[in-house]
Ligand binder design. Structure first.
Ligand SMILES: Cc1cc2nc3c(=O)[nH]c(=O)nc-3n(C[C@H](O)[C@H](O)[C@H](O)COP(=O)(O)O)c2cc1C
Ligand SMILES: O=C(O)C(=O)c1ccccc1
Length: 423
């Protein structure tokens, strides 16, 4: 556990200027300059008009912290307990796919940064590293596995088995992305990394997927087979022929894996006990926004351990409720508040005071998405570490200045609605 003010000294006790900006509002602009435009836009982008994304941020701005004075804050601590384990801060790394588009070290860099700081790392099913590679990078660190629930049960069982054997302790089942949202930036840029196998490593390294693929399980009898000569005949030189052949082979395999990953649409609440049967650890549902769904989750004692209130960073439903508003609604339910569920939150967290606001509304921990990716773009492992260190110092300092001694004591009484935004 960290001592009083430890995160603040981590940032202030430096004799040289920091390598990366400490202002959270500068990370995105820096990342924009550092990576190719298509890659940047994939991470930055959101659904259709971007209104859900903007609403996520606005929901934070419309709530203001009302600081209390003459509170003895000498024992201030950002420590929290999540799912029965103690952590020095409520920060959690969000599951983010295709991290190689931000930095060549991809998920390995993020996993190492999290392990160095004692922050739970969540590996996405859409990763550019296998379950085992990411586990090795995460070492002794706490790690969770995010599931895009495959269509084929045998593959689901294989993924769960690999993850458990590789030391992942908690399963995060993402429900809101059984297909990608309508994302104009990627459509205009023709940007879809998975088609070329980027982000398919969890599947490509899976023995069951490999076997099924080799057995022709994914061959669609309705699609006429295009002959090899027909394909190669379209190339104007041998180099292009090799490229066409390579792409055709990868695209076929990628499409097979993407089909596997895009099938949560067939799942209902009744299917959840299946996961419990094959997963000995804790299970969280990610992507809950409605009070009704939160209540459903609360009724599933013995199967579910918690929910992550999230709208996927505004990337899925355009015009959806801001995630912070959803959290407030959900926490107003007595049934949810008094249930066994651990409530986590994401979508729109950019600063330490945002973390305070989400916790004041009832979150026990918060997932950081895009800011972590900007850190990855800025400097790989060191960049991700920097972003997390800044966020937790910012949290610690604002907490003390607002008169909050311990995060578990925080309540919504410290919040006021911004009168301007209500106009
Ligand atoms: C580039 C990108 C890829 C993502 N990939 C996944 C994923 O594979 N699985 C998942 O559950 N969530 C995924 N998410 C959603 C994040 O886990 C998280 O919900 C979201 O980024 C939070 O919003 P924020 O970016 O405003 O912090 C992704 C988000 C981004 C930006
Ligand atoms: O882009 C995303 O938001 C996302 O969740 C995802 C889904 C599949 C592959 C890669 C990322």
């Amino acid at each position: 556990m960290t001592e009083h003010g430890a995160f603040q000294t981590e940032i202030y006790g430096q004799f040289n200027p920091p390598r990366y900006p400490t202002d959270p509002t500068q990370w995105e602009a820096l990342a924009r300059r550092l990576v190719p435009n298509g890659n940047f836009m994939y991470v930055y982008g959101s659904a259709t008009t971007g209104q859900t994304y903007r609403n996520n941020l606005k929901a934070f701005k419309s709530r203001r912290i009302v600081p209390r004075m003459l509170v003895d804050a000498t024992t201030k601590s950002t420590a929290v307990e999540i799912l029965g384990k103690k952590y020095s801060s409520p920060l959690i790394c969000a599951p983010v796919g295709v991290q190689s588009i931000m930095h060549t070290e991809g998920e390995e860099a993020t996993a190492k940064a999290c392990a160095n700081l004692g922050i739970p790392y969540i590996l996405s099913t859409a990763s550019t590293r296998s379950i085992e590679q990411a586990a090795e990078a995460s070492g002794d660190g706490e790690r969770w596995y995010q599931l895009y629930w495959p269509r084929t049960d045998e593959i689901t069982i294989s993924l769960l088995d690999r993850a458990w054997k590789s030391g992942y302790t908690t399963l995060v089942v993402t429900l809101d992305t059984f297909q990608l949202g309508y994302r104009p930036a990627d459509l205009d840029n023709c940007y879809l990394p998975f088609i070329f196998g980027e982000g398919c490593q969890v599947g490509f390294s899976d023995p069951v997927f490999q076997r099924l693929y080799a057995e022709g399980y994914y061959n669609d009898p309705n699609v006429p087979k295009r002959g090899l000569l027909d394909l190669l005949g379209r190339a104007s030189n041998p180099f292009q022929a090799c490229k066409l052949l390579y792409n055709a082979l990868t695209i076929k395999k990628s499409l097979a894996w993407v089909t596997e990953m895009s099938n949560a649409k067939y799942r209902t609440w009744e299917d959840l006990p299946f996961l419990k049967k094959y997963w000995p650890g804790k299970i969280l549902l990610k992507g809950i926004q409605s009070v009704e769904d939160a209540k459903m989750a609360a009724s599933m004692t013995g199967v579910l351990d918690g929910i992550i209130v999230s709208n996927h960073g505004g990337r899925q439903v355009d015009g959806a409720i801001a995630s912070l508003d959803a959290l407030e609604n959900i926490m107003a339910s007595d049934m949810v508040r008094n249930s066994h569920l651990t409530i986590l939150f994401d979508s729109g967290i950019r600063t330490g005071s945002d973390i305070l606001k989400a916790m004041a509304l009832g979150a026990k921990g918060v997932l950081i998405g895009r800011p972590m990716m900007w850190g990855l773009a800025m400097g790989g492992e060191a960049g991700v570490e920097h972003v997390f260190k800044c966020l937790r110092a910012d949290l610690e300092i604002n907490m003390a200045l607002a008169g909050i001694k311990n995060l578990p004591d925080i309540s919504r009484d410290i919040l006021a609605l911004d009168p301007v935004s209500k106009l």
